[in-house]
Design a binder for this molecule. Structure first.
Ligand code: S3P
Ligand code: PEP
Length: 434
């Protein structure tokens, strides 16, 4: 198991980082580029392991996908020409790949088995399989619970009108992808608005969709058109450096080309409520997705309450690093309505509370969140990532406010979403306070 010891006492956080491509958008570029007929190109693609697994899966179906640096070329004869794969489709650690793939394969002409790593194989798939069964999909589990491995036998689907019981972009996207192959109009009503990258990218690929408030509709039988995708930087990756710059003892950092889609920017609202100084410059939009540069300055922070149901999907992946931020803020930070954190790569509520408390933080674990009492100084010590990339990166950033080195156990998983993470951390922590 790979372990890294991180010494960051008495350093400034400053300089500039170009944030790598967005994971959610990179997955969807491969998926839609494989569904349509023709040549799709993407730039600033995230070469994290999750997205590379998605690319490999569509290669197994007969799609030609070349990745050179962060440029991707996808050449497909369209979903109707896909071949049943000779091997199981391995999603690795990626929930997005598994859940969206279930929706895509449900109405395709092929049969395939979907597998994942030890963490993904424990995550719930019923949230996607049950509505797909309502559409007439044939998805079989080897076990009693609806978890991977699952075998999908593609067949004709009927449309549904559905309100997912959890606010989940993965569930919404799986149903919309299945709806593309259904014989009528599929409608998804959301309880709270979740990331809308699927909808934006469908439009980009010239599919007609209708969006009103919390409802999205899509008509089956559309073919779409190959296109060019520009992937903005991933705000979920930027989050680690936003927090690093805010909790550092000094410094100003610039994060370039960060995706600023409203459905993802909950962390910026929370940082503002906590008194953190973040300025946005160079705002622009490329291929349907807004982005900009963030300038972040070390700040005095105060606790806040994060519980609004509408806010949760806008920052769900950022909550582990926000929890670290809250340990450095004065007063109480309350996080509630976040029970989804318990079914991510690991149980992120228990992981965050147990790992940071072991370093001297004061975090109470709640069934659906946590209460963080700050500010607390942290000791050097060990953080186990539990194989979860976001917990590993949180541990590394904690070294900025710990009084000794932090040893992060199982760091290999960080390449799932941010392969350049340690290189970037090194780059912005070169200057000392003296
Ligand atoms: O659709 C997506 O790309 C994602 C949706 C979210 O999951 P849920 O749909 O389970 O909320 C998020 O946590 C995940 O990292 C990526
Ligand atoms: C939860 C995450 O991703 P996924 O669900 O795709 O594994 C994540 O990246 O934090």
């Amino acid at each position: 198991m790979e372990t890294k010891t991180i010494h960051l006492q008495d350093v400034k956080v400053d300089g500039e980082i170009v944030i790598p491509g967005d994971k959610s958008i990179s997955h969807r570029a491969i998926m839609l580029g494989s569904i349509v007929t023709g040549k799709t190109t993407a730039e600033n693609f995230l070469t994290g392991e999750d997205c590379l697994n998605t690319a490999q899966i569509f290669r197994e179906l007969g799609v030609k996908i070349e990745i050179a640096g962060t440029d991707v070329i996808i050449e497909s004869e369209g979903i109707q020409k896909w071949q049943s794969p000779k091997v199981p489709l391995d999603c690795g650690n990626s929930g997005t790949t598994a859940r969206l793939l279930l929706g895509i394969l449900a109405g395709s002409p092929i049969t395939a088995t979907i597998i994942g790593d030890q963490y993904l194989s424990k995550r719930p798939m019923d949230r996607v399989v049950l509505p797909l069964h309502n559409m007439g999909a044939h998805i079989m589990s080897e076990r009693e619970e609806l978890v991977l491995p699952l075998t999908v036998q593609g067949r004709a689907l009927r449309p549904i009108e559905y309100t997912p019981p959890v606010a989940s972009a993965q569930v919404k996207s799986a149903i919309l992808f299945a709806g593309l192959q259904a014989s009528g109009t599929t409608v998804v009503h959301e309880l709270s608005k979740t990331r809308d990258h699927t909808e934006r990218m469908l439009e980009q690929f010239n599919f007609q969709i209708e969006e009103r408030d919390l409802t999205v509709s899509i008509k089956g039988g559309q073919r779409g058109e190959a296109t060019h995708v520009v992937v903005p930087g991933d705000i979920s990756s930027a989050a680690f450096f936003i927090v690093a710059a805010l909790i550092a003892k000094a410094g100003t950092m610039t994060l370039k080309k960060v995706g600023l889609n409203e459905t993802r920017t909950g962390i910026l609202d929370v940082v503002e409520a906590m008194g953190g100084r973040v300025e946005i410059i160079n705002r622009s939009t490329s291929v349907g997705e807004p982005y900009g540069d963030l300038i972040i300055t070390a700040s005095q922070l105060m606790g806040t309450t994060i519980e609004d149901e509408a806010l949760m999907p806008r920052l769900i992946d950022e909550l582990p690093i926000i929890a670290l931020l809250a340990t450095q803020a004065s007063g109480k930070t309350i996080i509630r309505n976040a029970s989804e954190l318990r079914v991510k790569e690991t149980d992120r509520i228990t992981a965050v509370a147990s790992q940071l408390n072991a370093l001297g933080a004061n975090i109470e674990e709640l069934e659906d969140g946590m209460i963080i009492h700050g500010p607390t100084s942290l000791r050097g010590g060990v953080i186990d990532s539990y194989g979860d990339h976001r917990i590993g990166m949180m541990g590394a950033i904690a070294a900025l406010v710990a009084d000794g080195p932090i040893e992060v156990k199982d760091t290999a998983c960080i390449a799932i979403s941010y392969p350049q993470f340690f290189k970037h951390l090194d780059k912005v922590t070169q200057s000392s306070l003296q």
